[in-house]
Design a protein around this ligand. Structure first.
Ligand code: HEM
Length: 464
């Protein structure tokens, strides 16, 4: 258990940290003892890079207890989510489809992002200050964007609502701020099933998947991962700008200058990488040093925050200017993963569309936040939006800032307890269901299941 803090330290400070530490221990135990986390005190960033890029670090799901938890969170259809497919022809087919759907010219993607954000921001009052949670604010816009990528047509409100409800449910469960709502997710599956059956998707879907799996593929990769990741990343950048007034003013002074905004994005994703860890299961021996090797079947967790903290002066400081004299390519900076081992297929498009979205926000609003900024962002980034044309009212603003700060601190305490409880419930539930273990027991070589035989529990059957 966590050590009790000195009596003089206020509970709002120690409780969330103590709970986070306890949660980390619970999740570490899920994986058992054959797990290695890199970098660590013995093996530094160079070993991290070498092992991550090693050809034998290529197992994705089979053989790691941690996979049961991820599959549980990502259901329905985790067995065909690109992130979790084992290497092989099905993976190649799925990855090629994702690349095709994401293809397109940068200007077109940026224009689409600016358009969906302009539509979203038209709904935010322009005559008064609004208090929002940035992640909730931006998610419907990214839902529309993802819909347009897949269907190549404007997103109807019903689809936007279904996608947003689904993505919100996945991310709340992943962060243990809420339980899963399988029925909510199933509503999007049903909608997509109809659209795919009607031939409404203008892209060739992976031929190696059954129609039901094609639906799950679209749902997992585009209407969960794309929406969640773009929403989280955008919320991080906007919150960083809201908390660093001078940086924000510099971006707003020349919003079309890509260079400085790119530095802000690079620094935000360095300090707040979306992935805490990525894991792989080794399929062959990987040397760690002259005397030690990782045997096949080991689970390796690659810690992004720890790697991103190595090789920099003042690594805990948010300083976009550190990128003025150095290229992100030459630094310990892998927000989209490593090129040699299944990097993010959206590594090119994501910064382009995020810059367009952020510009659109800054054109209309000044941002201000006194809320805490952590990598996992369980507070969903509370922030004040001040319409740019409104005259400043410093005393009113000071009162609102104080309110944002105290509400965030109070929520931090109750949220921490809630996360611990819900996280434990979900870990135990995932352990009982063992979706990945059951799937691989039925399909030992990661072979595709015959249609209708998938042993992964259907979301409707589950009791959360
Ligand atoms: C700023 C936004 C994003 C960030 C920071 C991000 C980050 C990452 C990272 C670090 C990985 C690699 C993890 C690993 O090594 O296991 C990854 C993989 C992946 N990402 Fe993203 N991502 C973002 C947006 C997106 C979007 C928009 C999509 C939409 C399709 C997407 C789809 C995927 C998929 C399918 C994978 C698995 C790749 C594979 O295993 O082949 N991501 N992402």
């Amino acid at each position: 258990m966590t050590a009790r803090p000195p009596a003089a330290v206020p509970a709002s400070w120690w409780l969330p940290r103590g709970i986070v530490a306890l949660r980390v221990r619970i999740f570490a135990r899920v994986n058992g003892e054959q797990t290695l986390t890199l970098p660590n005190a013995a093996y530094g960033p160079d070993v991290f890079e070498r092992v991550y890029a090693h050809p034998a670090a290529d197992g994705r799901s089979a053989g790691a207890a941690l996979s049961d938890l991820f599959w549980y969170w990502l259901s329905p259809g985790p067995e065909v989510h690109q992130e979790h497919l084992e290497p092989g022809p099905r993976y190649d087919d799925v990855a090629a489809t994702t690349r095709r759907i994401l293809a397109g010219d940068s200007a077109g993607h940026a224009a689409a992002a600016a358009r969906v954000f302009a539509r979203l921001l038209d709904t935010v009052p322009a005559t008064r200050v609004s208090l929002v949670r940035l992640r909730d604010l931006v998610m419907p816009a990214w839902a529309e964007f993802a819909y347009e990528l897949v269907f190549r047509e404007p997103c109807p409100p019903r689809a936007r609502e279904l996608i947003t409800a689904h993505a919100r449910d996945v991310i709340s469960a992943l962060k243990c701020t809420g339980l899963r709502h399988p029925r909510r997710r199933a509503r999007l599956t049903a909608y997509l099933r109809e659209r795919v059956a009607a031939g409404d998707v203008p892209h060739a879907l992976p031929a190696s998947l059954t129609p039901a799996e094609q639906v799950h593929y679209l749902q997992g990769t585009f209407f969960n991962t794309a929406v969640v990741q773009l929403s989280e990343a955008t919320a991080h950048v906007l919150l960083a700008l809201a908390r660093h007034r001078r940086v924000q003013d510099r971006v707003a002074a020349d919003p079309d200058d890509d260079r400085y905004l790119t530095r802000v994005l690079d620094e935000t994703m360095r300090l707040y990488p979306l992935f805490g860890i990525a894991h792989r299961i080794t399929t062959g021996t990987i040397p760690l040093d002259a005397d030690t090797a990782l045997p096949a079947g080991s689970v390796v967790c690659f810690s992004y925050p720890d790697y991103h903290a190595t090789g920099y002066e003042r690594p805990d400081e948010f300083d976009p200017d550190r990128w003025a004299g150095q290229s992100a390519k030459d630094a310990h900076h892998i927000p989209f993963g490593v090129a040699a081992n299944r990097p993010c297929p959206a590594w090119r498009i994501s910064p382009i569309v995020m810059r367009a979205a952020i510009r659109e926000v800054l054109r209309r609003f000044r941002l201000d936040s006194t809320a805490s900024h952590t990598r996992s962002l369980p507070n969903r980034a509370p922030c004040l939006l001040l319409p740019r044309h409104l005259p400043p009212r410093p005393r009113r603003l000071a009162a609102r800032r104080a309110l944002v700060r105290s509400r965030d601190k109070a929520e931090d305490v109750t949220r921490g307890v809630r996360q611990l409880l819900l996280g434990t419930v979900m870990v135990l539930h995932a352990r009982r269901q063992r979706p990945a273990a059951r799937y691989f027991a039925a399909h030992p070589a990661g072979s595709p299941p015959p249609p209708g035989s998938c042993p992964v529990a259907r979301p409707e059957d589950e009791s959360t």
